[in-house]
Each structure stands twice: as structure tokens, then as C-alpha cells.
Design a binder for this molecule. Sequence first.
Ligand code: PMP
Length: 392
Amino acid sequence: MDIFEKCRNYTQAREAMESGSYPYFIPLDENEGTEVEYKGQRLIMCGSNNYLGLTTHPKVKEAAQQAISRYGTSCTGSRFLNGTLAMHEQLERELADFVGKEEALIFSTGMQVNLGTISALISRDDVVILDKDDHASIVDGARLGYGKIERFRHNDVEHLERVLKSLPENVGKLIVVDGVFSMGGDLADLPAIYPIAQKYGARIMVDDAHGMGVTGRGRGTAAQFGMTDQVDLIMSTFSKSFASLGGFVAGDDEVIHFVKHNARSLIFSASIPAANAAAALAALHVIREEPELADRVNQIGKRISDELRGMGFNVGNSVTPIVPVIIGDDERTFLTWKRLFENGVFVNPVVSPAVPQGMQLLRTSYMASHTDSQMDQVLDTFKKVGKEVGII
Ligand code: PMP
């Protein structure tokens, strides 16, 4: 049996590519933040995680350019060995202070934060308890650990309690949830999760990849609920509001010290280049000093949710700038995506297994830098296309 047999039989994506309606890996020629260019066509970007629009902010770009001049283009090694810069440590101190924790630790991506942190903490007798809508990187981090994995229905705290109740008292337990769920744009029910976690002696980790910079006036979902001290570990990424690449986890000194010396994705991978650290640091300063950017992107998200719902679209339970347009089958999801694209609006089609069957959707997301007139245009296009394909 040839190991590559499955590759020869894998025709799915090729068929879509040949028919010219393949919606993934689209190579953009230009990216100016709110607008992008593909083969000479201008599109309004409604499918990015650049929530605050900081990838094109002069202070952020300038910081990255200066960092390259000073430190070169790569650290060429792990944080553990030759790859730690004073700037990494400055960023860690400022992040810890920003999220209200003792220490923070930077990894090279958010994916690597979850892989390394969760797997380091979950030893053989421990249990990690996940929301069914948790991001893939959390699931993979849990799988890399040697402990047991349990799941509860999305934001269903009664189910969470049943799961916790069924576990032995004397095992270590870590509940991991997204702060803002990446597809639905809804928030983890932290106020309900915390007392249950307390009752059963479980710790809480929040993945705030989509919350940091956006919820809690920029300080994240735990801060929004006033629960910074109740959440044990907060992680986030630099690849969204922080306009860079990398990620971090923050918590108590002794926990971060342990993760720092046991997370394999940290120790066996090169650190983020100075340009990325400098961009994230500059973005952090903007996020801290201009909370009105978070206000702006949330207002845009609310306007889009309200108006799309008013037109008859199903936008689920979003309360953030992530607004899903739930369509419910592959064919109409791809058709709607295609017609929006042809009319100059870039969104992302999401089908199974990323979402359950029947929940196929267009993931739309917005930026503080989007103008009102761009949003008028997007809404008009949704109305026109939605009618044309018969979903409203
Ligand atoms: N967690 C969540 C909830 C995410 O959505 C993502 C990225 N989409 C990550 C973690 C991984 O972040 P990164 O892009 O930095 O690897």
C-alpha cells in the first residue's frame, strides 16, 4: 500500500479549483487593510482578523521597520537558547501588566501557545475540559497532553457541571474556553463557568485570540466581565488585533515559569523576529492608549449584525465584530460567497468540519478602520446577493 494513495484520490479541492470557484488560498496582490486587490479587482475586506486596522498604522509599521534595522530579520533560534531579545522581555512585562497577571510568556504563534501550554500542564492523571466550539489549536494542545479530554456542549454550563461531577475529586482539572468564539462571535459565559469551576476545583484558561483588543475596551473578555482574577490563564495571539505574528499566555509567576521550561512548542521553535515583537509592542501601546478603536469596531459589528438580521439573514448570537451569516448548506454557502466576491466583498465560507453540518456559514469580520461608506456598500451588496440567491 502506497502511503500517497490517499493523495491521488483526494480530488475535492481540485474540482473546485478547476471550475474557478475555489474560495481558499486566494493570493492577494495588494493589502491596504480595509481594501485588497486580486487580479486587478478591488474588494472590501470583510474577512480579516485585523480588528483594529493596525497592520497599516504608521506607528506600528515604523516600529517594525526600525526593529529590522537594529536587529536584522530573524532571531535564528529558540527563546531558550540564543533567540531571546530584551524586546521580547519588555513585551512580556507590558502584556502581563495590560492583562492584569503576574507574568506573560511569548510564543511564535497563538497555535503554539495552545499546543505548548495545554500539553505541558495536562499530565497523565489530569483532565482538560473543552467547549465543543473551542478552536482547533486548543483541541490539538489537549491531544498532545498525556491526560484525558472531556467536552461540554457549547456554552452549556449545566452540561459542564455534569462533566465535572463525573470526574474523580483528586485529579487536576483545566477548563479551556475561547473568550470570543471564532465562528459565532459570541462570548464564553465566564460568570456562569467560574462558580462551577470553583465548586469542582478546576482551573480556567481563556483563549482570547479574538477578544484581546476588542472586548473589555481592548483589555479582553475576562476584563469585560470584571473577572481577571477569576481566570487563571489568559492567552492571545498577535495575528489579529496586534497586527503581527506570535502569541502569549499570562498567569501566575509559578505557572508561567513551569510552562516556560516544559512547553515543547516554545523550547524547540525559533522566537518571533524583532520586527514582529516591535509591531506587537507598538500595537499594544495603541490599544492601551486608544480604547475608542475597540468602541468603533464594536459599533460597526453591532450595526452589521442589526442590519443583516433586519434584512432576514441569520446572524446567530454574535455580540462582537465577528458576524456569521449562517446559510446551512455547502452549495448555497459557496454560491453566496462567489457572488459577494464578484461584487467586491471579501468574506470567508466555512463548512464542515470547521462548523457542524447544517451550520455552514460565511464568516464576516470588521475593522475599526472600515468607513461608514464601505459598510453601506457591503450591506447593499449583501441585500442584492442575498435576494439573488434566495436566502432572504
Ligand atoms: N486561538 C483562536 C481562537 C484562534 O482563532 C486562532 C487563529 N485563528 C488561534 C488560537 C491561533 O493563533 P495564531 O494565528 O497566532 O496561530
